[in-house]
Design a protein around this ligand. Structure first.
Ligand code: GMT
Length: 381
C-alpha cells in the first residue's frame, strides 16, 4: 500500500510510535510517506520505501501565528495526489485529524477518495483536546475519520467519556521492537555511570508537569538513603530546573545525571536496573514498555493505561499518583533482593514480548486492508 503518516517529529511517544510503525511497514514493502515539519527523530535509517515530505510554513508579517494547519493540509493534498496514496494515518488528533479532514475534502473534488485513520495518543484527548478552545474541532474531526484507534483501553474509554464520539474506537496497543531493546549491555558504559556498581535508576520523558518528575527525584533520594545508587534522567522539558533544585535540596545531585534527549535509548536502558514513571496520567507509557523490553522492572503510578502495561507484582509495582512512600518502598524491595530483581527483570521482558512490533504491525495492516481497494491489494499487498 501507499501510506501517508502524519505525526509530530519530536521525541514524544506519539512521534516515536508513528515513526517506528512507518519504518516497519516500509520493511514489509509498503511505501510510506511521512508528512511533518521536521525529519522525525527516529527516522534515522535509509529505506527506499520511505519518503519524507516537509511541511513548510511560510511566514508573513501579518501572521502572529503562522497557519501550520493550512500548510499541513496543503502538503497532504500534494502528497496524496502526486503519490496516489491509498490512505492517511494521522497520529495525535490536534491538528492532524482536522488537517486530514480538510485534505480529504479537497482531494474528493479531484475525484480521489482518501481514507483517514486517526490514532489517539493521550494528551490530544486528556489534556489539550478537552480544552474548550479545541474540543468542537477535535470531536468533529475524530468523528469524520474513517477509523479511530486508541493506544489503550483506558484512552478509548476516556475519549468516549470526554467527547461525543459516534464511531467505534479500536484499541491497538503501542508496541516495541524487542530485538532492538534487548541487546547485550555494554559493560564499559555501566562502569562509567556506576563505577562502584551502584544501582542505576532511570526516568525518561519530556519533563512536563503531567510526568511528576519531582516525584522521580524524591523516590531516588529515598532509595539512595538505603543503598548506593545513581539516577539517569533522559529527556528535557520545562520541569528540569525544578528537578535540579530538588536534587540539590535533597542532597543527591552528585548522583543524578541529566543525559538530555537521547536517540539510542536502548543503550542506556540495557545497563540500568529500574525504571521510574510516576506520571499523573499516561494513556499507555511507551517509555515503560521500552524499558521492560530491555529487561527492566518498572515502578509507576496506576494512572490511565499504565496498568495495561505494567503488571503489579509481576513486571514491577504500581501505586497511587503522588504516593512517593510506596513507590520508594517498592523500588527498595526490588533492588535490595537480587533474586527478586532477576525474577522481575525476566517477567518484565516476557510481558514486553507480547507487545512486540512483529505482533502489532499485522493488526495495523488488517485495519488498513479494510480501506484497501482491489487495485491496491493487487499491486501492493
Ligand atoms: O507523554 C507525552 O507527553 C508525550 C505524548 C505524545 O503524544 O507524544 O505521549 C502520549 O503518547 C504515547 C504514545 O502513544 C503514550 O505512550 C503516552 O502515555 C502518552 N502520554 C500521555 O498520555 C501523557
Amino acid at each position: 500500500m501507499r501510506i501517508g503518516i502524519v505525526c509530530y517529529p519530536t521525541f514524544g511517544g506519539s512521534g516515536v510510535l508513528a515513526t517506528e510503525l512507518g519504518k516497519a511497514l516500509a520493511d514489509k514493502g509498503h511505501s510510506v510517506h511521512f508528512i511533518t515539519y521536521q525529519q522525525p527523530v527516529r527516522l534515522n535509517v535509509f529505506n527506499a520505501n520511505i519518503y519524507y515530505h516537509e511541511v513548510r510554513v511560510p511566514t508573513y508579517p501579518l501572521f502572529d501565528y503562522p497557519p501550520y494547519e493550512v500548510a499541513l493540509s496543503s502538503t497532504m493534498v500534494d502528497v496524496i495526489l502526486h503519490h496516489d496514496l491509498d490512505l492517511l494515518h494521522v497520529h495525535y488528533a490536534i491538528p492532524h485529524a482536522s488537517a486530514a479532514y480538510m485534505a480529504k475534502q479537497i482531494v474528493a473534488k479531484e475525484g480521489k477518495n482518501i481514507p483517514v485513520i486517526t490514532t489517539l495518543h493521550g494528551t490530544d484527548i486528556t489534556l489539550v483536546g478537552k480544552d474548550k478552545t479545541y474540543a468542537p474541532v477535535v470531536t468533529f474531526s475524530i468523528n469524520e475519520s474513517d477509523a479511530i484507534t486508541a493506544v489503550s483501553a483506558n484512552l478509548r474509554d476516556e475519549t468516549y467519556r470526554s467527547f461525543k464520539i459516534k464511531k467505534e474506537i479500536d484499541v491497538i496497543h503501542n508496541f516495541v521492537d524487542v530485538a532492538r531493546f534487548s541487546k547485550k549491555p555494554i559493560d564499559a558504559f555501566r562502569r562509567v555511570i556506576a563505577p562502584n556498581n551502584e544501582k542505576i535508576l532511570v526516568h525518561a520523558s519530556n519533563f512536563r508537569k503531567v510526568k511528576r518528575v519531582q516525584d522521580v527525584v524524591k523516590i531516588f533520594a529515598k532509595v539512595r538513603k538505603e543503598m548506593p545508587a545513581k539516577l539517569l534522567l533522559v529527556g528535557d522539558g520545562p520541569e528540569r530546573p525544578a528537578m535540579e533544585d530538588l536534587a540539590d535540596a535533597l542532597g543527591v545531585s552528585d548522583d543524578v545525571r541529566f543525559l538530555g534527549k537521547q536517540e539510542q535509548m536502548e543503550e542506556i536502558l540495557v545497563v540500568s536496573d529500574l525504571f521510574i514513571l510516576p506520571s499523573e496520567y499516561e494513556s499507555f507509557g511507551l517509555a515503560a514498555l521500552e524499558a521492560m523490553a530491555a529487561h527492566m522492572p518498572v515502578i509507576s503510578t496506576n494512572a490511565g493505561g499504565l496498568p495495561e502495561v505494567n503488571i503489579h507484582g509481576k513486571t514491577g509495582f504500581l501505586a497511587d499518583v503522588g504516593d512517593v512512600e510506596s513507590m520508594s518502598a517498592f523500588a527498595i524491595e526490588i533492588l535490595s533482593d537480587p533474586e527478586k530483581h532477576a525474577q522481575f527483570k525476566a517477567q518484565a521482558y516476557e510481558l514486553a514480548c507480547t507487545f512486540d512490533i512483529q505482533n502489532v504491525i499485522p493488526v495495523y495492516e488488517k485495519l488498513y486492508s479494510r480501506f484497501c481497494t482491489m487495485e491496491c491489494e493487487k499491486v501492493n499487498i
